[in-house]
Design a protein around this ligand. Structure first.
Ligand SMILES: Nc1ncnc2c1ncn2[C@@H]1O[C@H](COP(=O)(O)OP(=O)(O)O)[C@@H](O)[C@H]1O
Ligand SMILES: Cc1ncsc1CCOP(=O)(O)O
Length: 279
């Protein structure tokens, strides 16, 4: 099946099966992430306490977990580890968004703990975050990446192989790999980074689609491409004098009613023949 057919299949499946997605995420973007999850068929639940977070995985029969360390605390790391252990035991996919990984020793240590103690299915981050997960030095500034993305595949594939997971890197072009398959997604808009939370929202979408498949290469691809395409459509709605707040409204509105046909028409995916490069 072609990439685009896999994507449309997952979009339909999420709307039909309504996966339950548990979020342990930051307070900057929490509300939008949960709303956008519901537009694509997901049922969001948010947990905070370590006991509750672990119990909800088992008792509420969660289909996917999304961990986002944007405003991480010691208590939240404990909740992620407890919920993550239960998910690892039950085979529930965990999507990790290592926001500003590498910015502080605490963030780096927390991410290392999760990668080493849990089975992470998808790591979703910008190139600075991908490099930080690999322990490579970066030039990132807070939550943003300032990295040269021309050799992004080399880091994405290395990270996917190191932790036997899918890596979804966002940027000017997005790169997705499970360590064998590598694809670039060329959809997007340079206005998207002006809307705080678009990267985090992609993590929520990847969580939603990971709740209805075991092929996380495609759940990652679906979550990533939806944001790129919605960003492009929001660009076409901009009028002279519109600011970024109006753009944000166009973007959220577009996400709430995005159709399969729009995704099929605009999808711009290329397979990458990857040659092994040392990191
Ligand atoms: N310069 C750009 N041109 C087109 N799309 C972009 C550009 N920069 C980021 N994007 C898109 O913006 C969205 C968020 O990505 P990014 O800004 O990398 O996330 P984060 O907020 O986690 O750093 C993605 O859909 C990505 O493809
Ligand atoms: C600014 C900020 N600080 C902690 S979390 C967060 C939101 C980051 O959102 P995104 O990286 O998705 O734009």
């Amino acid at each position: 099946m072609k990439h685009i057919d896999q994507i449309i299949t997952l979009m339909d499946k999420a709307k039909k099966e309504n996966p339950l997605v548990d979020f342990l995420i930051n307070y900057v973007t929490a509300n939008e992430l949960t709303s956008i999850t519901s537009y694509f068929g997901g049922t969001p639940v948010m947990t905070d306490d370590p006991i509750d977070a672990a119990e909800v995985v088992e008792f509420a029969k969660v289909d996917a977990l999304v961990f986002n360390i944007g405003t991480v605390t010691n208590k939240q790391v404990n909740a992620m580890i407890e919920a993550g252990k239960k998910a690892t035991e039950l085979g529930v996919p965990i999507i990790l968004d290592p926001v500003a990984a590498g910015a502080t020793p605490f963030r780096s240590a927390s991410i290392r703990r999760m990668l080493e103690e849990l089975k992470i299915s998808v790591i979703k981050g910008n190139l600075a975050e991908v490099k930080a997960c690999l322990g490579v030095e970066t030039t990132s500034k807070g939550v943003d990446s300032n990295e040269d993305e021309s050799e992004a595949e080399k880091y994405v594939v290395a990270l996917a192989r190191k932790y036997n997971c899918v890596v979804a890197m966002t940027g000017i072009e997005d790169v997705i790999s499970d360590g064998n398959r590598v694809a670039r997604i060329r959809n997007g808009s340079e206005n998207l980074p002006k809307v705080i939370g678009t990267g985090c929202t992609i993590g929520a979408l990847v969580g939603t689609f990971s709740g209805v498949t075991e092929d996380y290469f495609y759940s990652a691809m679906t979550g990533v491409i939806i944001m790129g395409i919605a960003g492009e459509i929001a660009d076409t709605m901009r009028e002279k004098g519109d600011g970024y707040y109006t753009y944000k409204h166009h973007l959220l509105d577009t996400l709430s009613i995005l159709t399969n046909e729009q995704v099929r028409e605009r999808a711009d995916i290329v397979d990458v023949a990857y040659e092994e490069l040392a990191v």
